[in-house]
Design a protein around this ligand. Structure first.
Ligand code: DX5
Ligand code: ZN
Length: 220
């Protein structure tokens, strides 16, 4: 299991140091939550912050756009140093055009589904994306409870991808911690985002290695 700590739960007054702390602690990717106050009822960071953080780590930046019009911001986030840009299928931009725009900048496209959105809704785009992100909380805030009933979506997506001859990554986001990661691993999740599970732990490095150990054990 790869772990992508979410910077949403870090100390925002020292984001650079926080990023170094989790990079040294064994993170595999860095998850950056972008919210516009429209798509979700919260406002977080923009591309200038992503750009400012870029020199602090060589790890892939996994940018999660929770914004109404992702198409209009792909260039900014690509230039800021995103490696993956995932946007919501429920957003208002044209989905195929947005995926193509992400590809045009050499960035990997991801598609995100909210809890009420069925897994089947991503089928038309499976051959066009690098990753599907399944929300295991309602997007907007860190620290919410894991929705285990989202996990059957993983098999639906993986089976369809296999049928199409595709090998697609599936990421889970929201409420992943030491108590919930085993279920995510068994369901076939490849990457888990964890915000509070990592940043609010006493020792981030220990938290990351625990998450990996628990998910590895769950697969034995
Ligand atoms: C929620 C965000 C998540 C959030 C996860 O909208 O997309 O990435 O930061 O935080 P935890 O792990 O605390 O649920
Ligand atoms: Zn996220």
């Amino acid at each position: 299991m790869k772990i992508a700590p979410s910077m949403l739960s870090c100390d925002f007054s020292k984001m650079g140091e926080e990023l170094v702390r989790i990079d040294n602690g064994g993170a595999d990717l860095i998850h950056l939550d972008v919210m516009d106050g429209h798509f979700v009822p919260n406002i977080t960071i923009g591309s200038d912050i992503v750009s400012a953080l870029r020199p602090y780590s060589k790890l892939p930046f996994d940018v999660h756009l929770m914004i109404d019009y992702p198409f209009d911001y792909i260039e900014q986030f690509s230039r800021a140093g995103a490696d993956i840009i995932a946007f919501h299928i429920e957003a208002k931009s044209d989905i195929t055009a947005t995926i193509e725009k992400i590809n045009s900048f050499g960035v990997k496209p991801g598609l995100v589904i909210k809890p009420n959105t069925p897994a089947e809704s991503v089928f038309p785009y499976l051959d066009k994306v690098y990753m599907i992100l399944i929300m295991t909380v309602e997007p907007g805030f860190g620290g919410q409870s894991f929705m285990a009933d989202m996990l059957p979506k993983v098999a639906v997506i993986k089976n369809k991808a296999a049928e199409m001859g595709l090998d697609i990554l599936v990421e889970a986001d929201g409420g992943v911690n030491e108590n919930t990661i085993a279920q995510a691993a068994r369901a076939g999740i490849d990457i888990c985002v964890s915000g509070t599970g990592v940043f609010k732990a006493k020792d981030a490095s220990e938290a990351i290695s625990n998450l990996k150990r628990i998910s590895d054990d769950a697969l034995k």
